[in-house]
Ligand binder design. Structure first.
Ligand code: NAP
Length: 295
């Protein structure tokens, strides 16, 4: 059936698979030239179902593009001290170019202490304070993965952020805050950041040329909160019970798609929008780390 919608659906799966193909081509070239192949290590603590699924996705992506990978699994009883020792070992392993510590960690373990222990040049999630700060430097190192994926999605759909008013809802350390900085720095946009304490959220979102939402509250943004022609990027992914699905849940974004989409020029779906781009950002960051790994 013909698509009669006036908006463009931003297809993160399609863009992600194009980028994976580009990375796989680069890996094939490295192989042909007998160069070392990129190596990603993943630390997984405990057996949380969500984390295991995310890690499976990352391992699958490594296989698809031809990266080497190492998966280090630890019981959730591991002490912080021991985990930090493993982080150190990976830091010192010359064959490993990039690594990630899958979050969340057990509450006894300090996420900040662990993520800060990762060498910035191997921090392909872009979580360290050094990589966060480098967003505003003349020569940024490694961009935080999810914001990087969002910026790449905008770029590949020719969404020009230069001089536009971007409104970011959600100001977390991992998503909203670095995304706002990247939109202002690399994207040259005028940026409004909204968070839990923002009064009259709709008065801000209605001004957005580009609205980017990373909160984790399904349906937070409704049709009356956006202007005609807006580009909407929905980063939120919340598992909601769904007995019609074999796995018992479905993923919901922060945007009420049915009321918002008809007013948009472009919009990301959930799932299939930003999600696939986050994994691909990890691959792009690992390739970059490998190409700079001269140790
Ligand atoms: P988070 O750490 O919980 O941060 C949520 C942010 O939203 C915080 O800044 C919070 O403010 C703010 N907030 C809470 N209620 C709000 C409201 N009513 N209005 C405006 N802002 C509000 O979560 P996160 O890690 O940033 O993730 C956000 C969402 O993105 C989640 O659904 C997560 O699953 C999803 N996510 C998706 C991907 C992907 O690849 N698609 C990657 C990462 C995250 P306070 O800090 O003041 O509470």
């Amino acid at each position: 059936m013909a698509n009669t919608n006036k908006y463009t659906l931003i297809d993160g799966r399609k863009v992600a698979s194009e980028i994976k193909k580009e990375i796989a081509d680069r890996v094939a070239e490295l192989k042909r030239n007998n160069k070392k192949l990129p190596h990603l290590a993943i630390i997984l603590v405990g057996d949380d179902g969500g984390s295991t699924t995310y890690v499976d996705g990352k391992v699958k992506a490594c296989k698809e593009v031809g990266f080497h990978y190492s998966l280090l699994r630890f019981a959730d009883t591991i002490s912080e001290e021991r985990l930090l020792k493993h982080v150190d070992q990976i830091n010192n392993d010359e064959d490993i170019d990039g690594f990630i510590v899958q979050l969340p960690l057990p509450p006894r373990i300090s996420v900040e202490r662990v993520t800060e222990k990762v060498l910035p040049e191997k921090d392909v999630d872009g979580f360290t304070n050094e990589n966060f700060g480098s967003i505003t430097s003349a020569n940024p190192h490694i961009f935080p993965a999810t914001p990087f994926g969002v910026m790449e999605l905008l770029r590949r759909y020719n969404v020009d952020t230069n001089g536009k008013h971007c409104v970011v809802v959600g100001a977390s350390r991992l998503v909203g805050a670095p995304l706002s900085m990247m939109l202002a720095e690399q994207g040259r946009a005028t940026v409004t950041i909204c968070h839990k304490y923002t009064k009259d959220l709709a008065s801000h979102t209605r001004q957005a040329d580009i609205l980017l939402v990373a909160v984790g509250k399904p349906g937070l943004i409704t049709g009356d909160m956006v202007k005609e022609g807006v580009v909407v990027i929905d980063i939120g992914t919340t598992r909601v019970e769904d007995t019609t699905k074999e796995r018992g849940f479905s993923l919901k974004g922060d945007v009420d798609f049915d009321s918002v989409a008809p007013k948009c020029s472009m919009i990301t779906p959930v799932p299939g929008g930003v999600g696939p781009m986050t994994i691909v950002s990890l691959l792009m960051n690992t390739l970059k780390a490998a190409e700079q790994n001269t140790r």
